[in-house]
Design a protein around this ligand. Sequence first.
Ligand code: PEP
Ligand code: MG
Length: 550
Amino acid sequence: MAALRGVGIGQGVATGPVQRMSEALPAPEQAPSTAGAAAERVRVQEAISHVAADLTRRAGAVDGAAAEVLEAQAMIAEDPTLADEVEERIAAGSTAEWAVHDAFAGFRASLEAVGGYLGERAADLDDIAQRVLARLRGVPAPGVPDPGHPFVLVARDLAPADTALLDLDKVLALVTTDGGPTSHTAILAREKGIIALVGVGDATVLTDGETVIVDAASGTVTTEPTAEELERAAARAAERRAADDAPPSPGALADGTPVALLANLGKPGDAADAVARGAEGVGLFRTEFLFLSATHAPTVSQQREAYRELLSAFAGRKVVVRVLDAGADKPLPFLNDAHEENPALGLRGLRALRASEDILREQLTALAEADAETEADLWVMAPMVATVEETAYFTALAREHGLRTAGIMVEVPASALLAERLLAHADFASIGTNDLTQYTMAADRLLGSVASFQDPWHPAVLRLVAEVARAGGALGKPVGVCGEAAADPLLAVVLAGLGVGSLSMAPAALADVRHALAAHTLDDARRIAAAALDADDAAAARAAALDAAG
Ligand code: PEP
Ligand code: MG
């Protein structure tokens, strides 16, 4: 009956017996090598190559983010800086085991000191070090247990290699003591639709075989559940399965008020999955994701091909493409070359594009060419717009390139507050709640230490959303939400109640949001939204909405 708390990924609920991940291999002793440096060097090289090859093989067995994570791990295993660190220790007389253990630990400490996104990569290094050690010792690498029945997997932090290959028929849910909402475990769990809770510090008290309820929606693990709690969890799980299995219908509230459900995509290859899950179109195509590793601006023809592939998958449907959003968490070397103390407040988004207008013009040219060759309804929008002047600049430039529908992202409080004036110059607005929350709450979205401030439920953020929706309504211009907030089913109802007409999210979230919208009429949604707006803080807004939703 006790509840342990963590950060839930997705909305699922599962019940089952705990099975803990096998413990890490013990650290090696710091004893001098008896075999000599040459022999240790050969051993370590063989072990690292073996591990890198194994990770590459695993990457080949999966796709999407899982493959990318595993490929990145294989590259880290063979990182030359790490190899130099290992070599230094072997040259000084260490065993291969100690050299690997100590060099990886040093690298881990420096990543943790940086914190944020890099800090969360520390678990990746631990996993690689364990795999190399296991190879050196001739024992199996620590991995996911197989008790012979379905189980709730409890681990410190799952290695990406293990998360990627989890057998979803056996693993009912995943609970980790470490990790935050941006850790690889969380990213992969979200993509695979695994019911998961990360950052459950107290999960160390769980023992093999005890039955727990893992509820990602409320972020809790219930130990010693009562019969009634088990029944309620089973009913919710069955309801979700039914929602998942139902043929996808267009998004609508219970009274039939349409709320279009769109997909957030980062590459054209993800379009088929979005269509299968019932996406009515694309609400945010993040073009910068195509070019994150490029050192030079992509050519018009390279871009045209990518956009053509995307648009072809959505003939007759709306596809909102965002022009390159470079800077801060997504720097592009060809757009952000200057060092900035506060890149989130710097020359990013449309500001960076304006500073390199040729690149923006080329992108609009490629989009117009792809549009001419396909049947989708292409809308283009600019990121990080802060002023009326920027709005007028972008929409005029888009029209000059022959693009019919041009809008803006509302991610800066200034544009939300003056939405009606900005929208006078644009065809639509899409609210990016990730950045809008970051700037409203003055909380870096990449920083774990201020993660509690980064909550789109905060009534200050909701008020800004309400103002943009009101402005859109007054001018008859569509307003949607494409930040992570749209993927939270109850918050989606609130957004609809505030007057938002479309919600765009990771395709895996579509079924839950569709289901939540269908359970409330527009009047309900307005009442639930009013309750949330009236609260003092994010937690109170969530609680008030939950209460009002009955
Ligand atoms: C946002 O800021 O909410 C958004 C959708 O854009 P991104 O997450 O790509 O910054
Ligand atoms: Mg943004």
